[in-house]
Every structure is written in C-alpha cells, then in structure tokens.
Write a protein that binds this ligand. Structure first.
Ligand code: CO
Ligand code: CO
Length: 320
C-alpha cells in the first residue's frame, strides 16, 4: 500500500512536504504567502520562564529561516497531569508569550493535552512576499557560509545530566539561544543572502547537508572557525554526547569527510543537536563583510564565516 503524505496537490502550495525547507509556504495572492511551522521541545533548564522563552524562540526560528515575518502563534502544551504545580505551567507560557510579543506576533490560542513527559512549543504562522522566500537550497558556488550563534547545547545538556558539567554553563547557552533569530533574519534578507536555514536537531552538519541536497557542490568547513559555547568543547572531550549526535553522524557518513587534523571533540560538536540554534546563511563573498558587520552589531556578536561552497569534489561536506 502506498500512502500519500501530502493528500493531494495544490498549485498555491509553494513549499510543502518535499525537500528540506524549514516551513510550509502557501500563496494567498501575488503579493502574499502564508508561512506555517510547528515545533516543540522538552525542558533543558530548571527555569520554567527561560524554558518557555527558548521553546518559543525555537518555534519562531523556522519562520525567520525562510525570511518571513511571524504574525500569530498557538501554544502546544503537553503537560503532566500530576506532580507539577500550575504556577510552573503559567511561567512557561509567560516566557513563550514574551518571546512571541518580542517577535511582533500575537499568541492567538493553543491546545493542551496530558502527557507524562512535559513538552511545550508553538505552531507559528507568518507572512512573506511569494518572490522573497529564502530557501535553504539557494547556495551558489563561491558563496561563504555564515553561522550566527555558537553550538554545543546538546553536549552541555548531556554533561549536566551526568553531573559533570556545572548547569550555569548550560543556562548561559540556553539564554543565548533564546535570543530571537529576528534581527539576523532581517540582516540576511537586507544583504541578499542566497540561502538560509536554522541549526536545530540535526546539528550543524545535518542541516548543512539539507542545504546541499539539491546542489552539485561541496561545502568546505573550517572547524577551527566554529564558535562553541563555553565548556562545550571540554564536555565533548570528556565524551559527553547526546543520542542524536550518533544518529546525525551515522546519517551523514556517505557524504562527509574529515581531514585527519580534526579532533574527535570537534567532529562530535559539528553534529551536536541544537535547540533554537543560530541561522546558517550562504551569501556571495563580496556581500559577506557587510552582512557580518550588521549581524555582529545586532543580536549576533559571535557571527562568523565558517566555510564556503566550492565545485564538487569527492565528498559533499569536507571538514578541515
Ligand atoms: Co529549521
Ligand atoms: Co523545526
């Protein structure tokens, strides 16, 4: 039996199931398209308000990765029936609402179900001009790759869970990642980026592979240029790695090569799952400095060039 996941076709569905885009896009008119996404996460901090902020920034991020503007958001709450006071749920929702407000959007409702494991997220709708969508597949030969936030949250979380990394370092990373990708998105649109996605569960290289999937080009990544959260490298050197890092690495094995100089810790951080990670942007080299200046003076002080797109060699991703 063949299942049709998309259930029919519609010419106004500009971005749907196929490919690896961050959000669905539906044309409403020649001037306006609807952008829709949904994402939720489990807690990675003991601070409920901060967790709410992180979950909302994470859900909004797919809208920003397309270059769109968020308009409305619906809360998706999987809350345990027992053991957690109502005041905690209120704090989570208040944190989420604060980020939605900061994004210039509005919380328009939501849905709650009972779940043994607490999860919170949002379904976000945004708008964009149909001709201005920034796909993740638009990279061109010669483009440089810019990353706007450090990486390492999954590895830090793993180290904290095992009692080996002080939770203050994880909380600092969570605070950083709860900063919206809003101004980074606006900057990449303004400077004419060719492609953009956000770094989340598949890690930096996993999401990079999605950007490359329809291109006959190779991405060269310079591992020493990649910013890590404080203590993330130490945690990776101690061997802390989330289960998802292993599946991410496994799924990349046929398209990924590391030069011998790349350390084990660096390799694993490059596939470390991020929660509300930064944007990865392909842009022409001549435009990169102006974009970087705007990113750094905005909300992305760690933004930096981490690689480039070259003619295809024997591997899709080469890490030096
Ligand atoms: Co995404
Ligand atoms: Co997502």
């Amino acid at each position: 039996m063949v299942f049709d996941l998309q259930a029919g076709s519609d010419e106004n569905l500009i971005v749907g199931f196929e490919g690896y885009e961050d959000a669905a896009v539906y044309r409403l008119s020649d001037e306006m398209a609807l952008v829709q996404t949904a994402d939720y996460i489990t807690p990675m901090t003991d601070d409920p308000y901060l967790f709410g902020q992180l979950a909302a920034a994470n859900a909004l991020s797919d809208i920003y990765a397309m270059g769109a503007k968020p308009i409305t958001a619906l809360n998706l709450c999987n809350f345990p029936a027992e053991g957690i006071p109502n005041s905690i749920f209120k704090e989570i929702l208040a944190g989420g609402a604060q980020k939605v407000l900061e994004a210039g959007a509005v919380v328009a409702g939501g849905h709650t179900i009972k779940d043994n494991e607490l999860k919170y997220g949002l379904s976000v709708s945004g708008i964009i001009h149909p001709d201005k969508i920034v796909l993740n597949s638009g990279g061109k030969v010669g483009d440089v790759l810019i990353l706007t936030k450090p990486i390492g949250t999954g590895t830090l979380f793993n180290g904290v869970k095992k009692g080996e990394i002080d939770s203050q370092f994880l909380d600092a990373a969570v605070k950083r990642n709860s900063v919206l990708n809003k101004s980074a998105s606006e900057a990449m649109i303004q400077h004419g980026a060719n492609a953009c996605t956000d770094v989340t569960g598949f890690g930096l290289l996993g999401h990079l592979s999605e950007m490359l999937s329809s291109l006959n080009l190779t991405a060269e990544i310079t591992s020493s240029d990649i910013p890590y959260f404080e203590k993330a490298f130490e945690a990776a050197e101690k061997g802390f790695k989330p289960g998802m890092s292993k599946s991410n690495m496994h799924s990349l094995q046929s398209i990924l090569k590391f030069e011998p100089s790349v350390s084990e810790a660096d390799k694993w951080l490059l596939v470390d799952p991020q929660t509300s990670g930064g944007l990865m942007i392909f842009i022409e080299e001549e435009k990169a400095d102006a974009l970087l200046n705007d990113l750094i003076s905005g909300d992305s002080p760690e933004a930096t060039i981490i690689g480039k797109l070259t003619e295809q060699i024997d591997t899709k991703i080469l890490v030096k």
